[in-house]
Design a protein around this ligand. Structure first.
Ligand code: ZN
Length: 263
């Protein structure tokens, strides 16, 4: 059992770092490798990052992140693992280690790195998504019945845990949303936010660069009251290591670079 130690370390880092300096290596997490292509990173007693590695032709193994949140009633997933196999691994781990049902899944956009495991979920699991996400996923052959998220913001209480879903506007995808967990001070940016190691925007097949630039400003304005120097926000991107709100600024820089390269 090391969660207390992890939190102590995190507290130590928080007390001496400004939010913009928060980096992956500052937040000590317990890494739990479940298979060669799937692992968890424990952030606290009730919050984990789940990461699936998938081989992409010409690229190699690409990691993709989602969150797993334990509540009083069960487990909430922010995005499913990328593949059905990784989702089955996660569901088995949840059942054997947490002994709770997966009550809810929040889908942060329609791509398969977010929805790849939807078909593995028990029928009783509630899916939360924008109506546009359900529509776009169905067009890609992934059908689910979702509780509709409202725009720009939906406040949910899931098993007694507050969860806010915010829709900043189109960016990486027309339907991308972010998820704020106030009790954990974690903002899940999904593919709308890039990791510090990302040197480009990655998959922009469905991206709208001009809108992404505006939507990032919207997110910055929305997120800025959430944080103080003593209480930084941990930002988890869709791919790669976590960071602070500097990841929003980093993504803005990558979008600006991509826009200037288009001209
Ligand atoms: Zn995507």
């Amino acid at each position: 059992m090391r969660p207390r130690g992890a939190w102590l370390l995190l507290g130590l880092v928080w007390s001496c770092a400004t939010p913009r300096e928060l980096k992956t290596e500052d937040v000590r997490v317990e890494r739990i490798v479940l298979t060669p292509t799937f692992e968890l990173a424990r952030l606290s007693d009730t919050l984990w990052i789940h990461t699936t590695y998938k081989e992409l032709a010409g690229v190699g193994a690409v990691p993709s992140n989602g969150l797993m949140l334990a509540t009083a009633d069960g487990v909430v997933l922010i995005d499913t693992p990328w593949t059905p196999a990784a989702t089955r691994t996660l569901l088995e781990w949840i059942s054997s280690r947490l002994g709770k049902p997966v009550t809810d899944v929040i889908v942060t956009h329609s791509h398969d790195d977010r929805t790849g495991g939807v078909a593995e979920l028990a029928p009783a699991t509630k899916v939360h998504a924008l109506p546009l996400t359900s529509k776009l996923a169905a067009a890609q052959g992934v059908s689910f019945t979702a509780q509709a998220l409202a725009e720009p913001e939906t406040k949910l209480g899931l098993g007694g845990t507050p969860v806010t879903v915010f829709s900043p506007g189109a960016g990486h995808a027309p339907d991308n949303v972010v998820v704020w967990l106030p009790e954990h001070r974690v903002l899940f940016g999904g593919c709308f936010i890039k990791s510090a190691a990302a040197g480009d925007l990655g998959n922009v097949a469905d991206a709208n660069l001009a809108s992404w630039d505006v939507s990032l400003k919207t997110l910055r304005a929305w997120a800025s009251p959430l944080e103080t120097p003593a209480r930084p926000v941990i930002v988890v991107p869709g791919h790669g290591g976590l960071g602070g709100t500097a990841l929003i600024v980093h993504t803005q820089e990558l979008v600006s670079k991509a826009i200037s390269q288009q001209r």
